[in-house]
Design a protein around this ligand. Structure first.
Ligand code: NAP
Length: 474
């Protein structure tokens, strides 16, 4: 069985300690990943800091060219990397290919943005003075990422950090480190200078504590649960460590009576069932206006019953396994709780098979507003649907959450589109669009879904300091 190395200061290192990586479709161990201790983390930060001066002096154009080389290498290996994602995460192979394609697009977007880190000249109030605003790289960045999009979410941090002139240390989720190893191999192949990109893995809290406490680490960019986000905020308070946080979601879908029902069903399927329901922007709760409620439920249930479930390596499969046993138990708990609260099970609702972490694609109707699945992230292929009467009621229900990452609306009424775009408390709103995220637009949460934005021109902000220079010409 292969033990994969970490990538420290330009060297591939087998540390002597390792953890298993499991295929959630078979529960078999598919490899082992070397793990680091806190001494390694401190050394990685020190090496990254040593690499910082030379890296920041590379021009934006030069940094962009290196990012393009990384993208070229990833593109060359796209099929193989997609397969790695499916094996360690379980998602259907077509969706893993889509994840690699998005990661490539993110890399190329930030490769181009590296040239456009503009400052500005500000008109003076005192005749002899001149004012400049400069943007400079923050320094060593630590990136902590989750398992649900193991390649793409790493690239959303690593690519803009590198484009901005920052060295970056990536700690991927323990369940899916192998996509990050493939990314590190692309960095190595592109001959990124030693220390500019490093990959480590291992005990999350111990690693994060070094990131938090080491003064040479200037920024932590985290994607994961709101619960861990809160812990990082508490730890950062002591050291006033800057954080960017992409946290959990609880996205509502609002289906209005004036929508095209088939289009709304197709969009809801995409928003709910992509990645087997394990997406931070996954539709978590579905509200349908009473006039189209029955038609919507009927068509949604037909489509969901037709979804092919199985091992993601099979190209016919649309729904893979969940990530682990705890995820299956959570799905079961949410379904049972909704039924106990009076919901009707339209299809699915149970674990599937004896091997692997499979759960049937599920539709529940008439779900009570206080059911767990209406206010906690279910993170499974479970679609709870309930009815509403007025636009005002729909907005109130949609916003009744501590989260605010994404929301989806299906309507053909232009006035309603604008009213909802303004009223819904979410960082991304898909209107007749079940897949709104794109490299060139900002992504992130309001309320307890996070701080800051990734992607778009805003995606570099997290890695840049803004300085005012005042020159008195005398
Ligand atoms: P998680 O448990 O918060 O883990 C995310 C990362 O944090 C992993 O690398 C994990 O390492 C690490 N971690 C765990 N405990 C930590 C600690 N005490 N200090 C620092 N880091 C720690 O989240 P997950 O289960 O992997 O991912 C699912 C969650 O992420 C969902 O809530 C989802 O909505 C959210 N998410 C948000 C976005 C977004 O863009 N807003 C995108 C995707 C996912 P180990 O794996 O080693 O434990």
């Amino acid at each position: 069985m292969k033990t994969h190395p970490v990538y420290l200061n330009g060297n591939w290192v087998i540390t002597g300690d390792s953890m298993p990586v499991i295929n959630p479709a078979s529960t078999e161990v598919i490899g082992r990943m070397s793990v680091v201790d806190r001494v390694h983390v401190a050394q990685a930060i020190s090496d990254a800091h040593a690499a910082f001066q030379a890296w920041r002096e590379v021009t934006g154009k030069g940094r962009g060219e290196l990012l393009e080389k990384i993208a070229d290498e990833l593109e060359r290996r796209r099929e193989e990397v997609a397969r790695i994602i499916t094996l360690e995460n379980g998602k259907p192979i077509g969706q893993s290919q889509g994840e690699v394609a998005l990661a490539l697009d993110h890399l190329r977007w930030f490769a181009a943005e590296a040239r456009r880190i503009y400052g500005r000249v500000v008109p003076q109030q005192v005749e002899s003075k001149r004012h400049l605003v400069l943007r400079t790289p923050v320094g060593v960045v630590a990136a902590i990422t989750p398992w649900n999009f193991p390649l793409m979410l790493a690239v959303r941090k690593v690519a803009p950090a590198l484009a901005a002139g920052c060295p970056v240390i990536l700690k991927p989720a323990s369940q899916t480190p192998l996509a990050a190893v493939a990314l590190a191999e692309c960095m190595s192949k592109a001959e990124l200078p030693p220390g500019v990109f490093q990959l480590l893995a291992g005990p999350a809290e111990e690693i994060a504590n070094e990131f938090l406490e080491n003064p040479l680490c200037r920024k932590i960019s985290f994607t994961g649960s709101t619960e861990v986000g809160r812990k990082l905020i508490a730890g950062a308070a002591r050291h006033v460590k800057p954080l960017s946080l992409e946290l959990g979601g609880n996205a509502p879908v609002l289906v209005f009576e004036d929508c095209m029902v088939d289009e709304a069903v197709a969009g809801t399927l995409m928003a709910k069932f992509r990645n087997t329901g394990q997406s931070c922007v996954a539709a978590n709760r579905i509200y349908v206006q009473r006039q189209v409620y029955d038609a919507f439920i009927r068509r949604l249930t037909e489509k969901v019953q037709a979804l092919e479930v199985g091992d993601g390596v099979d190209p016919q499969v649309q729904i893979g396994p969940l990530i682990d046993e705890a995820a299956v138990a959570k799905a079961e708990e949410h379904v049972q709780d909704a039924i106990n609260g009076g919901a009707e099970l339209r299809c699915g609702g149970h674990r599937l098979g004896r091997v692997g972490f499979f759960f049937e694609p599920t539709v529940l109707s008439g779900v009570g507003h206080s059911s767990l699945c209406m206010f906690e992230e279910t993170f499974a292929p479970v679609a709870p649907v309930t009815a509403f009467d007025t636009e005002e009621e729909a907005i109130t229900l949609a916003n009744k959450t501590i989260h605010g990452l994404a929301a989806y609306v299906f309507t053909r009424d232009l006035g309603r589109m604008f009213r909802l775009a303004e009223a819904l408390e979410a960082g991304t709103i898909g209107i007749n669009d079940g897949l709104p995220t794109t490299s060139q637009c900002p992504f992130g949460g309001v309320k307890q879904s996070g701080w800051g934005r990734e992607l778009g021109i805003e995606g570099l902000d997290a890695f840049l300091d803004t300085k005012h220079i005042s020159v008195d010409l005398g």
